[in-house]
Design a protein around this ligand. Structure first.
Ligand code: TLP
Length: 352
């Protein structure tokens, strides 16, 4: 059966060039700072994002955790979106391991946080209050249609943070998708950020890894945080080598994923039983809300899987599709045909 896996861009497998680079990688002990391939990746990543230094970590979750632990101490408050990955999907790691107090603000549909709400949430100095220390933004915003946040918006938040002596962290798991969608340099999106993380293992198709970027001093401290969470790796050049290929060869093709995502959304606009808004699809993520009475996402996903189309249920009545390196235009057309056919087969809702 033809399988079209749209559950995530994390499913991407390394390219032949990555596998060759991995086999040939020069390595050393990275905890001693002696892996030349890791060092090269860290330098390249920092340079791409306009920061002084980088730190290679195993995952986006570890990248965000290490940054929050580095910026914040116990009892410090962090302002972040109620739909942000850091709040929603990371087990509350910074609270569990670092005693960091999360304060959520509502994400707007485009992934931003209202500037007035950010300012209003910053605590004055008062013995009753935790100390506000950090603001977290996510770009692109996964649970907000994969929206890219503009350089102007990012700078506006950076300015508020600076005025109030706060730090700004950017979860840029898909920052290169944002840069490509907006036609800007990724460094323009994070010029105000004290730390930024991005994933090599999503749309860029590397098998493992994320990079944290920031000032030299920040990265020195972040390296300690990575070690205490067990993230000190040894001959990690074997995986960093794939990351170098990801950064140099895979950014340019992301526009293709964005076109395909838009095409998928367009193809589903009038599929009965689903609500999809192509206007909200700016990058590689498409959300579909089920409008058919009584139909649940788990059930629909199971039926689609039976026909070879894999989607991710992201709520009881919501599904997500993420286009990626392995998905061609023709796959998208086939997937929307399958989704339409399976929806037709559901028939009218039964009595409840
Ligand atoms: N997101 C995954 C799932 O966890 C939902 C996905 O399939 O989209 N920040 C953002 C914005 C992310 O989307 C993700 C992964 C992470 C951080 C965490 O990265 P990993 O999975 O490498 O820990």
């Amino acid at each position: 059966m033809r399988i079209i896996d749209l559950r995530s861009d994390t499913i991407t497998r390394p390219t032949p060039a990555m596998r060759r680079a991995m086999a040939d990688a020069e390595v050393g002990d990275d905890v001693f700072g002696e892996d030349p391939t890791v060092n090269r990746l860290e330098e390249m990543a920092a340079q791409r994002l306009g920061k002084e230094a980088g730190l290679f970590v195993v995952s986006g979750t570890m990248a965000n955790l290490v940054c929050l632990l580095t910026h914040c101490g116990r009892g410090h408050e962090v302002l972040l979106g109620d739909r942000s990955h850091t709040f929603y999907y990371e087990q509350g790691g910074s609270a569990a391991l670092g005693g960091v107090h999360p304060r959520t603000l509502p994400n707007e549909p485009d992934g931003t946080l209202d500037l007035g709400r950010i300012e209003a949430a910053i605590r004055p100095d008062n013995i009753h209050f935790p100390r506000t220390r950090l603001v977290v933004l996510e770009n692109t915003h996964n649970r907000c249609s994969g929206s890219p946040l503009t350089p102007e918006y990012m700078r506006a938040v950076g300015e508020i943070a600076r005025q109030h002596d706060l730090k700004l962290h950017v979860d840029g798991a898909r920052i290169f998708n944002a840069a490509v969608a907006l036609g800007v340099d990724a460094s323009d999106l994070v010029s105000e950020a004290d730390s930024v993380t991005f994933c090599l293992s999503k749309g860029l198709a590397a098998p493992v890894g994320s990079v944290v970027c920031g000032s030299r001093d920040f990265i020195r401290e972040a390296r300690r945080a990575r070690k205490v969470v067990g993230g000190g790796m040894r001959q990690a050049g074997v995986i960093a080598a794939a990351g170098i290929v990801a950064l140099t060869e895979m950014v340019g093709r992301l526009a293709e994923d964005h076109d395909n995502a838009h095409r998928l959304a367009e193809g589903l606009v009038d599929a009965g039983g689903l609500s999809v808004d192509p206007g909200s699809v700016r990058t590689n993520i498409v959300y579909m809300d089920i409008t058919r009475d009584g139909l649940l996402s788990a059930h629909l996903a199971e039926q689609l899987a039976g026909e070879g189309v894999l989607l991710l249920p992201t709520g009881p009545r919501q599904l997500r599709a993420v286009t990626n390196y392995h998905i061609a235009r023709d796959d998208v057309d086939h997937a929307s045909d399958v989704i339409r056919t399976v929806l037709k087969r559901q028939g009218p809702p039964g009595p409840y």
